[in-house]
Design a protein around this ligand. Structure first.
Ligand code: TNX
Length: 535
């Protein structure tokens, strides 16, 4: 059946038994609690087949089953119909995604095409995910992805049983969410005059202004659309580094006693940036106001506060920062950063939410309730899990999808090390160093898509696919240890999956390399053996 991600258990009935065939009279019965899944099934499978799937007996039946784990489902196909039960609506929803795969690639289209047959072979599938956090981070700050593109990515995540979209909403190069109290964040911070094409050392510029942001209603729509697909949207507001777009909008947020922050534009090139937030009460109040508005928009239990790549040079040179270090009785600038993260850890906890940050938040002491996105390899995640903190494993060594997919010269803007489809398939989120109790703190895994080199949804597709498919199987399925994984078997199932991606309109990287229009001739990346993978 070539299912991806591979289910926990499946028992195919004898091939002599007739398949169940969907027709224009097939009904869809949604037991209490599964109405939302039925609604999404009608908009997807209904659109692809052209069948109305009216409520009623005799066809597809959706129901809850309290004996199943929350996200688990059981899908049965016999001669009379299809049953999907789940431990919750989420489980039923993931079962419905499996049904789409059983229906064949045409089930992923938005309207019927000639010749599609809707026969489903008799089978029983029992399935549940390995991890509760099966995430993708999309960097919509470096290059803005318009709202429709985000909704499309939510569809793509859902089709792969991924359930967290971490939206990197702010960075040096752009602020992408409307904040009513501080309109300049988007008036000024949501666009830049021009853009470096390629990495910092590239001489090329795109002289078109670049920008865009989500209104608060756009965010409400994105969050609701995600919820219908059992996906949680985790917002990231990156502090105290990667904040030049905010400083360009409100110069008082920067280290005004070190540089003239009124001259700082929204950044148009890439890299780790020395212009960071001033560690003042004014900055804390400003970001509390920002988060106050976001709490209303994002029901996510986790709020991501960034914390990565904050150079401390300006704090070392700033009398204000140094005075604060003394006042708070801190040892150094690392503890100063930690005090900011701790502040927001307490602030969020007081509002019923949890802080998550990049693994730099370990430096200077981890805030008590914080969870960690382990990106600089596994080390941060191991330290955090050993200290009893929850961890999302997203090591750049394995699941940074902005990294080159092969060593070919025609990879578009190739950066960092080669990470092939097979490398991602062999990614193991739980490192051997952890005891079982510590390993339980690894709440999941995440693939990160940074977009310095991806200026459109088409370019994001190329980076994300097919590697995100391998990642989805790692995050969902119970796979053996990396060396024992059946990559050839996965690759064989990919043949069927490429047809699904084609039907979805995903511009994935072909196994044979980039198509001519997926290349970026003349735009340099960085040699494989070059400096560290910071773009
Ligand atoms: C490091 S990962 C960053 C990002 C870059 C990325 C490029 C992380 C927390 N910070 O700002 O986009 O490398 O791969």
């Amino acid at each position: 059946m070539d299912l991806i991600p591979a289910p926990s258990r499946s028992h195919d009935a004898s091939p002599d038994l007739p398949p169940y065939v969907l027709t224009d009279t097939t009904a869809l019965l949604a037991a209490p609690g599964t109405e939302g899944v039925a609604r999404v099934l009608r908009t997807t499978v209904g659109a692809a087949t052209g069948f109305e799937l009216p409520p009623g007996e005799g066809g597809i039946v959706l129901a809850l089953d309290s004996a199943l784990a929350t996200e688990a489902y059981r899908l049965t196909v016999d001669a009379h119909g299809i049953g999907i039960t789940g431990g919750s609506a989420a489980g039923v929803f993931w079962g419905a995604q499996t049904l789409r795969q059983l229906l064949g690639p045409a089930a992923y289209r938005k309207a019927p095409v000639a010749g599609a047959a809707w026969a489903v072979a008799q089978t029983t599938i029992e399935d549940e995910p390995r991890f509760g956090w099966r995430g993708v981070m999309l960097d919509v700050a470096r290059h803005f992805m318009p709202k429709d593109g985000v909704l499309r990515y939510l569809d793509l995540l859902a089709a792969h049983k991924l359930n967290v979209l971490h939206l990197h909403l702010t960075d040096d190069q752009g602020w992408r969410v409307e904040i009513k109290r501080y309109p300049r964040l988007t008036e000024v911070g949501a666009w830049r005059a021009r853009t470096k094409v390629g990495l910092r050392e590239s001489p090329l510029w795109d002289e078109r202004p670049h920008g865009g942001y989500y209104t608060q209603d756009d965010i409400r729509e994105i969050v609701a659309y995600a919820a219908d697909r059992h996906i949680t949207v985790v917002p990231e507001i990156d502090i105290p580094g990667h904040s030049q777009a905010a400083i360009a909008a409100y110069p008082e947020l920067g280290n005004t006693d070190v540089i003239d922050t009124t001259t700082l534009p929204v950044l148009s090139s890439w890299g780790v940036n020395p212009n960071v937030l001033a560690p003042t009460d004014g900055t804390l109040r400003f970001y509390e106001d920002v988060l106050d508005e976001l709490l209303e928009l994002f029901p996510s239990p986790f709020f991501h506060i960034g914390g990565d790549e904050c150079p401390k040079e300006q704090w070392k040179a700033s009398a204000t920062a140094q005075t604060r270090i003394k006042e708070l009785d801190l040892a150094d600038e690392d503890e100063l950063q930690s005090s900011i993260i701790r502040h927001f850890d307490r602030w969020l906890a007081g509002r019923g939410r949890r802080l998550i940050g990049w693994d730099e938040i370990l430096e200077g002491g981890l805030a008590p309730g914080a969870a960690v996105s382990s990106w600089r390899g596994y080390a941060g995640g191991i330290a955090a899990a050993q200290a009893g903190h929850d961890v999302v494993m997203c090591p750049e060594t394995h699941v940074y999808l902005d990294w080159r997919q092969s060593d070919r010269d025609d990879e578009p803007i190739p950066i960092a090390h080669v990470r092939t489809l097979e490398d991602v398939y062999r990614f193991e989120p739980v490192p051997d160093e952890l005891t079982p109790d510590e390993a339980a703190h690894v709440i999941g895994a995440q693939a990160n898509i940074w977009t310095e080199t991806a200026d459109s949804a088409r370019a994001v597709d190329y980076l994300a696919f097919p590697r995100l498919v391998a990642f989805a199987e790692v995050a969902w399925s119970q796979l053996p240890a990396p060396a024992d994984r059946d990559y050839d078997g996965f690759d064989a199932r990919m043949a069927a999956h490429y047809a699904r991606l084609d039907a979805l309109g995903v511009e994935y990287r072909r196994p044979g390399g980039p198509l001519p229009w997926q290349q970026r001739p003349g735009v340099i990346g960085r040699p494989i053996d070059g400096p560290p993978p910071i773009v």
